[in-house]
Every structure is written in structure tokens, then in C-alpha cells.
Design a protein around this ligand. Sequence first.
Ligand code: MTE
Length: 302
Amino acid sequence: MEKINRSDITPSWLYMNRRQFLQKVSLVGGAAILAACAPGVIPTEEEEKIIQYDAPTDITSIKTYNNYYEFSVYKDRVFELAENLKTDPWTVEVSGLVENPTNFSMQDILNQFTQEERIYRLRCVEGWSMVIPWVGFPLAKLLEVVKPTAEAKFVRFETLADPEQMPGLTANFPWPYQEGLRLDEAMNDLTILATGIYNEPLDPANGAPVRLVVPWKYGFKSAKSLIKIELVSEMPATFWNLIAPREYGFYSNVNPDVSHPRWSQATERRIGETQRRPTLMFNGYEEEVAALYEGMSLQSNY
Ligand code: MTE
């Protein structure tokens, strides 16, 4: 029988960067996998299982099962309605309480900030999840350039709302889509601005040309197609909190112990699987982010 090469069964980007993959996947899987990441070490069968448990979701699902209300409330319709979104030229205004307010073109963003791959879990508040191999860079790197002043305590994110291009804007929601983070959350190394997925530029459906990704919070915090990042002193209003304040708080950390008023958050359906799996505290990133919330009630600060 012919021997099956690993390259026959593994996507090439994964095969080519096996060692790098193991290093990166340790970010997804947590400490259990770190042991497998020592140079030259081939993962054991047990470690392989852990890696497979959080294997990246297939590219087609990532690109065709989307929440992007500016286009449609139907997840399977977004990619078609969004495909012609004009993303060039594109400018992200970074302003507010900063020493160096800057308008970044996409070219500036790609030239000034080294792009790296980050494989993260994405947990939607609705109860489904994926694992996405993003390309992007820490938001902290951009904030270091604009230099928040001492008064800056929060970061507000605003996304494109163009009625010419976005048919979903006719729905009665408080547009534009806006989100917010506390400054220390924004500075955390896990918080990235993503420009790609699976080593390709983002599709409009996934938030082209640049979006926020905050992997320990419910997916709605990860605002797509950013046009403005503003440093502010007060907690900013957020899209879903304006719509349903009792259901969607400012923090929205993934937390299996805090139920949504209408459903439990204890489990999730990983896209591509049939059985539900347990949801992890802070989406599995407890070690990296729990300190941000020390002494805070996670029940009342939902
Ligand atoms: N950003 C904008 N501008 N509009 C949206 O409707 N939906 C959010 C978030 N960012 C949304 C958005 C929600 S609810 C989720 S779960 C994620 O995007 C989904 O990202 P994905 O489609 O790339 O998986």
C-alpha cells in the first residue's frame, strides 16, 4: 500500500510550518500543548488529540457563515451580499485622547506593523464557535504609535456604515456598529487588528480590510471593517448594549457560568461538529486575561 504523506492530508500552510504551527496552536490550546513546542519535538498521540480538539475550522465555513448585520441578518447570505464591498482606498482614523492623532491608510497599516498569524477560538454569544487562523498584529503596537494621553481610559471602535453598499442598514438598529474596550484590555497582547485569514487578505464578509479580534470576549466585540478608533475617557456606548442592555453588557467576557437571560452559555457548538462541547472560562484564555478583572464581579459586569 502506498504511504500517505502528511502533506496529502494536511493543508499546506499547516504542513509547511509544522513547528511554527505547534508554537502558535499553544496560544489556542493553552499550557497543555506547550510541552510539544520545544524545538525538534514531535507531538505525542495524546498531544495530537489535544491539537485536533482545537483544529482550525475549514476555510469555507469561516468565509460563508457570518454575522455582519450591515449586510444581512442571515448568516449564509452575508458573503454574497458583501463580496463587492469597496475596501480600497481605506482609511482608519485614530483620534481622541492621543498625542499623535493619525489617519492610517491600509498601506500604512500593512507597512508599519509586522503581520503575524494568530490562531484563536471565536465564541459567538449565540452559542456556536470556530477556530480561526487570523493574520494581524497587536492593537497595542498601533496605540504605541498614537500615544494615548493620561486621560484616555477606553477605546471606542466604529465601523463602516455606507447605505450605498450595505443593504442591511435599512433595518432599524442603532448604526453605525460601535464597540469598546477598556484601555488595558485593548493593550493586552491577545487583542489584535486582523487583516487576513489563512494567510489571505480578509474577505468583506469577515470584516475586510481590517477588523478587531478580542478572543476572550463574545464574537460581537470583534467589530468588522473599522473606520475609526477613538481614545476616550468614559465607557463608550456599544451596538448590542444599546439594543438590549440586559442581555449584552460592556464586558461580554466569555463565561460559562453567566447565562444569557434567554439561554445557557455553558456549552457551544463548534462549527463542523454535531455534539456540543463545554465553553471555557474566558474562552480558554484565562491565564492571559484573568488578572484584568481581579476584584471585579463577573456576574454584575457581564
Ligand atoms: N461587526 C460589524 N460591523 N457588524 C456585525 O454585525 N457581528 C459580530 C462581529 N463583528 C458584527 C461585527 C458578531 S455577532 C460576530 S459572532 C463576529 O463578528 C463574527 O465574525 P465572523 O463572521 O468573521 O466569524
